[in-house]
Design a protein. Structure first.
Length: 476
């Protein structure tokens, strides 16, 4: 059968065991350990991905060594208009055909847009999943506020038809405005008063639901959890650096695994445990984002029922020596799972930028060349070291292409380059970060002048990929 065709309706006499992976084609292939774990067990790999990835998949299948060759069948599906881009109808249609041909023994959403459809598929198939409540609530910021009031900032839910009725003078400022279904910090902004709020609300599409929330001032963290049969197998906090300390937007600029301010861990891990209970979370991985205010109160920003974005999975492997993906597959297949505590501390750093045109990225004083992965390219394999290894620069990644137009840093998609480091101690990690910042130069040409380089870091590209929206949602 042509791998790029939708699944057939005709059942085979002996149904082989199969597993459904759902998410952007990019994320499926960027984490080849999912594919390796499934093929190692002799399972057929069925992938549900947005239709915008069809041409990319066709190109990949022409490359002899591309991970896509591990996939037995693709279903390319469209989001439904008027349902905030719901992929449920397409996912159910694909799975109905596959259910006649295969014995489906597991399903997992590798990316954000497929979390709810995959939860519904798993529920009907009787295979491990986060559960129906968690699968739905983890896709909706306003449902998280509904189910988890204990951890929620004061907020107002505004549907498209109610924008004009919002009493902007009654909102406590500063406030944060969040589109409820977007990702990568897209459209999330701080407003300082009523006029700014009215102006910002007018910029969102009419059908989009928006949250207006009190702005929580404090350090941002995430907590990554592996959960099996309702029990937490592993949980660890990550500290974040973001732009909101000096900008109106919220873009993550660094992740440190494990949290290098461990005094916050008891409050974060306790809140995370109670959050999972409130969602009735059953099986899978969660990535929850929190802020700790000056009074020590923990506030939930949002929670996702899938692997964290950026390089966080790589950071966990650098910190523990073991990848997360095999344990996620064990949970999805109902096999006993476990994961070790970190033995090192690891960090990914995104450099801020000046606007212009990206010309080059150079690294001085290190035996390492930048990897130009672009927006849709595969990352190189980044091998972990031993617990006692010295502080090490593991990779420099360039997330845009040469010639990309760079602008203000407004969302995660606007970042251009990052580096990944690890060390035995936080002090050694901090010292290495400072050295690497001095060593990495992003060469940017002013767009209008066409003249000399401006050494800075990173920026905002114009849309470059036909599947940009789906990829963004699934990556972060």
């Amino acid at each position: 059968m042509d791998k790029t065709q939708p699944p057939g309706e005709q059942a085979s006499p002996a149904r082989p065991d199969a597993f459904i992976l759902a998410g952007s084609f990019l994320v499926v292939c960027r984490a080849p350990q999912y594919l390796q774990e499934l093929t190692r067990r002799g399972l057929k790999v069925l992938v549900i991905t947005p239709a915008a990835w069809r041409e990319e998949a066709l190109r990949a299948l022409k490359e002899p060594d591309h991970p896509a060759h591990a996939v037995d069948e693709f279903a390319f599906i469209d989001g439904s208009v008027g349902q905030e881009g719901s992929y449920v109808p397409g996912a159910v249609a694909a799975a109905r055909g596959w259910r006649e041909t295969y014995r489906i023994v597991g399903a997992y959403a590798v990316g954000e847009t497929q979390v709810e459809p995959t939860g519904l598929l798993a529920d009907a198939l009787g295979v491990p999943s986060p559960g129906l409540r968690a699968s739905r609530a983890c896709r909706s910021k306003y449902l998280q506020r509904w189910y988890l009031p204990e951890f929620s900032p004061a907020s107002l839910i505004v549907t498209g038809g109610e924008r004009a009725a919002v009493d902007a003078d009654a909102v406590p400022y500063p406030a944060v405005v969040k589109p409820s279904g977007r990702h990568s910090s897209s459209g999330v902004e701080t407003v300082e008063g009523p006029e700014a709020l009215r102006a910002l609300l007018a910029t969102y599409p009419e059908q989009e639901t928006v949250l207006i929330e009190e702005k929580i001032i404090g350090q941002e963290f995430s907590v990554e959890s592996l959960v099996q049969n309702g029990e937490i197998v592993f949980a660890s906090a990550t500290r974040k650096d973001t732009t909101d300390s000096h900008a109106q937007t919220f873009v993550e600029l660094a992740h440190t695994v494990p949290n290098d301010r461990p005094e916050a861990d008891p409050a974060l891990l306790d809140a995370n445990r109670r959050m999972l209970a409130g969602l009735g979370f059953e099986n899978g991985i969660t990535h929850s984002e929190w802020r700790l205010d000056a009074a020590g109160r923990v506030h939930l920003m949002e929670v996702a029922a899938r692997t964290p974005g950026d390089g966080l999975c790589v950071l966990y492997e650098l910190a523990t020596g073991r990848p997360l993906e095999p344990e996620i597959m064990r949970i999805a297949l109902g096999e006993p799972a476990s994961y070790p505590k970190p033995a090192r501390v690891a960090r990914q750093v995104y450099l801020e930028h000046v606007p212009g045109v990206l010309e080059d990225v150079t690294v001085l004083g290190h035996d390492l060349e930048p990897a130009w992965v672009g927006e849709g390219g595969l990352w190189p394999r980044i091998e972990p070291g031993a617990p006692g290894d010295p502080a090490t620069l593991r990779a420099v990644l360039v997330h845009q292409d040469r010639g990309a137009r760079l602008g203000p840093l407004r969302s995660s998609e606007d970042r251009v380059a990052s580096f990944l480091i690890d060390a035995p101690t936080v002090a050694e990690l901090d010292a290495l970060e400072a050295r690497v910042r001095d060593a990495v130069t992003v060469h940017v040409r002013p767009e209008e002048q066409g003249g000399a380089d401006a050494a800075g870091a990173l920026g905002t590209p114009v849309p470059r990929h036909p599947a940009e929206a789906a990829a963004a949602a699934d990556r972060h």
